[in-house]
Write a protein that binds this ligand. Structure first.
Ligand SMILES: Nc1ncnc2c1ncn2[C@@H]1O[C@H](COP(=O)(O)OP(=O)(O)OP(=O)(O)O)[C@@H](O)[C@H]1O
Ligand SMILES: CC(C)(CO)[C@@H](O)C(=O)[O-]
Ligand code: BAL
Length: 284
């Protein structure tokens, strides 16, 4: 594996591969890698001759009151994991390499990006869309791999790629989970032992949603209200977003009996925000 710090070095390293007609698979991350990231890497390697992983904690996507400084980082450990996984290039730029001066140009997907997670993290998705566009411009991937745990992020990036005709195939990868069902996430490290035990409320709420939907609950509003009560029964959990939406457009729904729905959760436990979702009722 080659570890590369600068845009120029990565472009030079990839030029030979590109000239040889090799397909490039790209996995953008913020590091502190876990099983979920490694699943994206495995897909990228299986479907392309060359794999590139970026590790960059992107300041543009953090609000002023968020955890940019505290975000977990361990480049030495990440590097070893990626080497073992057979990755070809690790791109780990400094903030000064990515943003030598304040960004004047931003990519925004304002309607999709301002609701759900975007409603509690204003500006977040513009920061994501901007850095992902810049990374696509640097790497020039044929395919880029994103986790379905960040369902709205996948929707924002798909829309951006379509609107701007970015020449990249966006590949969503199913969420990888711990044994009790909690989605793997770098931020899980913030949880105390008691909070980690309480965090099982997140996958349990998705299971409850499935049960209620199968039972024929009539409207999105009723399902959202029932799930809010379910989450609030766990004293450590604060429901920030509990939404029942159209899985394809993310549009709000009224009647839901017998139709597929996306249940999207953003639940805070202590200072840790946990994101998860499930599409229910799609195949029977
Ligand atoms: N459990 C998971 N299963 C599959 N993909 C995942 C999982 N967790 C994260 N990813 C994906 O990995 C990519 C990089 O995500 P990121 O580095 O932000 O990790 P994260 O664990 O989501 O961190 P955070 O705690 O900040 O949400 C994203 O496309 C994300 O959707
Ligand atoms: C896609 C991404 C790497 C952009 O910084 C980030 O939002 C993430 O890790 O999901
Ligand atoms: N959505 C993953 C990255 C972040 O929370 O900023």
């Amino acid at each position: 594996m080659q570890t590369v710090k600068t845009i120029a070095d990565l472009r030079a390293g990839l030029a030979t591969a590109r000239a040889g007609g090799k397909r490039i698979g790209f996995v953008p991350t913020m590091g502190y890698l876990h099983k979920g990231h490694l699943e994206l890497v495995a897909r990228a390697r299986a479907e392309n001759e060359i794999s590139v992983v970026s590790i960059f904690v992107n300041p543009l996507q953090f609000g002023a009151n968020e955890d940019l400084a505290a975000y977990p980082r361990d480049l030495a450990r990440d590097s070893k994991l990626l080497e073992e996984a057979g990755v070809d290039f690790l791109f780990a730029p400094e903030v000064a390499d990515m943003y030598p001066r304040p960004m004047e140009t931003m990519v925004d997907v304002p309607t999709l990006g301002s609701e759900l997670e975007g409603s509690v993290r204003p500006g977040h998705f513009a920061g994501v869309a901007t850095v992902v566009t810049k990374l696509f411009n640097i790497v020039g991937p044929d395919a880029a791999y994103f986790g379905e745990k960040d369902y709205q992020q996948v929707a924002v990036i798909r829309r951006m790629v379509e609107d701007l005709a970015q020449p990249v195939r966006v590949v969503p990868v199913p969420t990888v989970r711990e044994d009790d069902g909690l989605a793997c996430s770098s931020r899980n490290v913030y949880l105390s032992a008691e909070e980690r035990a309480a965090a099982v409320i997140v996958p349990n709420t998705l299971a409850e949603a499935e049960r209620l939907h199968k039972g024929g609950i009539a409207t999105a509003a009723e399902l959202e209200a029932a799930l809010t009560r379910f989450v609030e029964a766990e004293p450590r959990a604060v429901p920030e977003v509990i939404a029942v939406r159209d899985p394809d457009t993310l549009a709000p729904l009224a009647e839901i009996a017998g139709r597929p729905v996306l249940v999207l959760l953003f639940i805070r436990i202590g200072k840790t925000k946990l994101l998860d979702n499930r599409v229910i009722g799609r195949n029977g």
